[in-house]
Ligand binder design. Structure first.
Ligand SMILES: O=C(O)c1cc(=O)[nH]c(=O)n1[C@@H]1O[C@H](COP(=O)(O)O)[C@@H](O)[C@H]1O
Length: 236
């Protein structure tokens, strides 16, 4: 799996995706999320893989263990490099997801990496405490979910940059810390709450960053990507 910034392809159609990707003359790490997958289905994943890109298939599965396990068995066949579930689904659900993924991976191929979403980067501590009735700090909740995910045998978590260091200390440096909520210092945060710059992400312990609108909505997406890549690589 590449270590370059993961570009969130939050577009409604495959056509929009191809248009967006055409000026990038290299192989990238891209993310297919709900918006795109629910319109285009598996074919978009096959196509992006054929084009030579690494693919994070971000469907954030969250259901009973049997349902998630069977769904993962099917998703394993799509050839994505990275998939995810909601850690709030629990340890048994995450273990079923991992088993499904292993069962669905054909012999000779390596199974996709699988990570658990902790607290979404659009969630504030106040919101978490009031809406989810979790009475700890958000850092404690995220690290708790990370330990649960680690214990279930998954490869890492989605978290914000602000919790990445504590997770690495609790679960070890090989446990992935994939962090969305990335913005340039002058950028609009939109609906994200726990945000950081690409440089701070590297300094504070992210293993991968996910960047959507700071690239996709930029005047020149290629320039924005190169700037973010440079900031990310400079701090390595
Ligand atoms: O799992 C994710 O990728 C994810 C988890 C999370 O906590 N926060 C989060 O923003 N994401 C995804 O990361 C991307 C962030 O997009 P931007 O806010 O436009 O950079 C979106 O595609 C989200 O679906």
């Amino acid at each position: 799996m590449k270590n370059s910034p993961i570009i969130a392809l939050d577009f409604a159609t495959a056509e929009n995706v191809y248009q967006f990707l055409s000026p990038f003359e290299k192989s990238l790490f891209v993310k297919v999320g709900m918006e795109l997958y629910l319109q285009e289905g598996p074919s978009i994943v096959y196509k992006l893989k054929e084009m030579g890109h690494d693919v994070f298939l971000d469907l954030k599965l969250h259901d009973i263990p049997n349902t998630v396990g069977q769904a993962m068995k099917g998703l394993a066949r799509l050839g994505a490099d990275l998939v995810n579930v909601h850690a709030a689904g629990g340890r048994d659900m995450m273990m079923a997801a991992l088993e499904g993924l292993e069962a669905g991976t054909s012999a000779g191929n390596s199974r996709p990496s699988i990570i658990g979403v902790t607290q979404l980067t659009s969630t504030s501590e106040k919101q978490m405490q009031e809406e989810q009735l979790i009475k700890t700090t958000i850092d404690e909740s995220v690290v708790h979910y990370a330990k649960l995910t680690h214990n279930a045998g998954l490869d890492g978590v989605v978290c914000s940059v602000l919790e990445a260091r504590a997770i690495s200390e609790a679960c070890g440096p090989k446990f992935l810390r994939v962090t969305p909520g990335i913005r340039l210092a002058e950028g609009d945060s939109h609906d994200q709450i726990r945000v950081a710059t690409p440089s701070n992400a590297r300094l504070l312990g992210s293993s991968h960053i996910v960047v959507g609108r700071a690239i996709t909505k930029a005047e020149s997406p290629v320039e924005a990507y190169e700037t973010i890549l440079k900031m990310w690589e400079e701090q390595a």
